[in-house]
Design a protein around this ligand. Sequence first.
Ligand code: NAD
Ligand code: ZN
Length: 378
Amino acid sequence: MATAGNVIKCKAAVAWEPNKPLVMEEIEVAPPKANEVRIKIVATGVCHTDLYHLFESMHKDGFPAVLGHEGAGIVESVGPGVTEFKTGDKVIPLFISQCRECRFCKSPKTNQCEKGWAARHYDAMSVEDSRFTCKGKKVLQFMGTSTFSEYTVVNQMAVAKIDPAAPLDKVCLLGCGISTGYGAAVNTAKVEPDSTCAVFGLGAVGLAAVMGCKAAGAKRIIAVDINPEKAEKAKVFGATDFVNPKDHSKPISQVLSEMTDGGVDFSLECVGNVGVMRNALESCVKGWGVSVVVGWTDLYDFAARPIQLIAGRTWKGSLFGGFKSKDGVPQMVKGYLDKKVKLDEFITHNMTLAQVNDAIELMKQGKCIRTVLSVSPQ
Ligand code: NAD
Ligand code: ZN
């Protein structure tokens, strides 16, 4: 390919500073170094974690950056030492790596690989690891991926090769939100057949958690959101009940406890609010209830009475749904192609990368589940 080995100039949405709209710029994307893969991004979703970086965490050293971590694309070229990928492969870049060699990758208990960029940073790759420049300045790769760009460069340990039949404008969602919510129910909570579950927060992550609870055989799935417009959508994914905490004067944990004769077997927090995390824990039944924290925040501590855990509840967290990333994502793609995993139903809006600020605004206002942005033509 004519571009291989050369710097590519392409369009990307750059976040120059916190709390400001993204700016469409021409950036330079360096060729892949050893073990790296340069990917032409075809489509990307917008996830709340992108908004968190822009509006909530506001880490000053996390800018300028190219956001986006829920994308899919095609390999443009590979660096020295890459044998697993070739030009033309369909791939999903991953925000957590799977090196298959570290003690975490070798353990079946976790997906927390210690080799990837995230071992050193939480939000963005280090300046040395980023292959982007704009106007003479290094631009960071948010979550190691940066899918709000026509091209990106990712280490091969953080790239999943997927079925060539997969439609990239749908399976991009498996790069984050849908795998996260589904896996949190199936892998982390380990939801059991005939159980009762509660899912707090019905964005794409929470709706995917509802779908995971249903796939695991839950008989009752109570969907909880302060936005009443989410009720209908939750049913599509298998929710049996919808509760809006604002409709009740009692604490939501008490409402759920009364609905379920003492509390749910499994609860999942998919909001990113420490108060809701506590509510979700307290909504679980004593003795065996399991509550999983999925929503993302690193700003506040959470609190709960020790008696909640002493009485037999378990409080866990889940990153990327507990999936080992390179193994899990192709399986989820297969699940979609076999019609066992829904994706189309999450997509409420389709736009282009140039409209990314409109997509961000929709999510801020709770008016979308997922917007898919088309980034480059296939
Ligand atoms: P979203 O903004 O689309 O959805 C959040 C939902 O929570 C909305 O429907 C909102 O109305 C609802 N909500 C807000 N306050 C609430 C409350 N007090 N009680 C009940 N519902 C409430 O977001 P999303 O893209 O679905 O992401 C959800 C969360 O998951 C975010 O915090 C995101 O950062 C996080 N996340 C975590 C991981 C992980 O690996 N752990 C991965 C992806 C996303
Ligand atoms: Zn995400």
